[in-house]
Design a protein around this ligand. Structure first.
Ligand code: F6P
Length: 327
């Protein structure tokens, strides 16, 4: 047993639905195991500011259904300096924190690896980002909820596209990952999905849209991942319209609404499983691990390994399905 007496928990980077459910699981698992818990507000910035919150089981009551993070989050450049990292560590030690659970994306995990490789403090990372771009877990916290949010928007756009015989380009988040675009494109019945992971062939897209028009499709929806290399939905719509003017073309950028909302049941259960496992992992002496879901099992991946690989390749069958199921 590790002898850990006080765990710090924090959220960092872009917020994601499910972070609160995860905080809840971390706090309550620790309290159940007789370990004190300190919430660190605003991620690594809170470590530098000693912005600490002594938490108990009641601190996380009635939050499982809330989007966002009650611990707030931030991006922190100072922490990336040697002085900043040392200052953070010293503040943690002054508070008596002897282990950490970090909930966030790639930057959060890199910060955790930095801290735990330089100083003697065990840390477990939980993949909390809507982008679903972390190696070590089939799904990251918030991805399912964000995809559901996009699908709700696509369904609304489909109503007006069908009423006006319009072509809509819908831009979604995901940073350099096409995961949100691909799954929401399938579930939303999009005619095409443009992904950072694949070269955008404008002529191929126009040929597809032209064929649809010849086959009496009176409206269309094209999902554009924000990381797509074509320059974004507005630029893409401009380039398509120059060569293909059959449809009246509109553009919708979904933006930050994809980051909010009450977490789905999948994300609530995932958050609870990973938070529970992260604390149990610390108790038995694990450290510097990415806690994730593989198939339907919780697994631990060494941070060094998780950070050296990009997320798994997008599913070939899903990419093939887009053009087949949208004929
Ligand atoms: O990483 C999550 C994410 O929502 C990305 O999909 C998006 O590109 C980015 O954060 C936006 O960052 P910010 O909230 O700082 O504008």
């Amino acid at each position: 047993m590790s002898g850990i007496r006080k765990i710090g928990v924090f959220t960092s980077g872009g917020d994601a639905p499910g972070m609160n459910a995860c905080i809840r699981a971390v706090v309550r698992t620790a309290v159940f195991m007789g370990i004190e818990v300190v919430g660190i507000r605003k991620g690594y910035q809170g470590m530098l500011d000693s912005d600490f919150w002594d938490m108990d089981a009641r601190s996380v009551g009635n939050i499982i259904h809330l989007g966002g993070t009650i611990l707030k989050t931030a991006r922190c450049l100072e922490f990336k300096t040697d002085e900043g990292t040392e200052k953070a560590y010293n503040n943690l030690k002054s508070k008596g924190i002897d282990a950490l659970v970090a909930i966030g994306g790639d930057g959060t995990a890199r910060g955790a690896e930095r801290l735990s490789s330089r100083f003697d403090i065990p840390i477990m990372c939980i993949p909390g980002t809507i982008d679903n771009d972390l190696y070590g877990s089939d799904f990251t916290l918030g991805f399912d909820t964000a995809t559901n949010t996009v699908i709700e928007a696509i369904d609304k756009i489909r109503d007006t596209a069908a009423s006006h015989n319009r072509l809509f380009f819908v831009e979604v988040m995901g940073r350099d990952s096409g995961c949100i675009a691909l799954r929401s494109g399938i579930a939303g019945g999009a005619e095409a999905v443009l992904l950072p992971e694949r070269e955008t062939a404008i002529d191929e897209l126009i040929e597809k849209l032209s064929l649809d028009a010849r086959n009496k499709k009176t409206s269309s929806i094209v999902i554009v991942a924000e990381g797509d290399k074509s320059g974004g939905a507005y630029q893409l719509a401009k380039r398509v319209t120059e060569k293909f003017d059959f449809y009246d073309v509109k553009v919708t950028i979904l933006g930050h609404l994809q980051r909010g909302g009450s977490p789905s049941s999948f994300d609530r259960v995932l958050a609870s499983r990973l938070g529970f496992a992260a604390v149990k992992g610390l108790i038995v002496g694990n450290s510097r691990q990415m806690v994730g879901l593989r198939g339907n099992s919780v697994v631990m991946t060494p941070l060094g390994e998780a950070l050296n690989f990009t997320h798994f390749k997008l599913e070939e069958d899903l990419m093939e399905m887009v053009s087949v199921l949208s004929i």
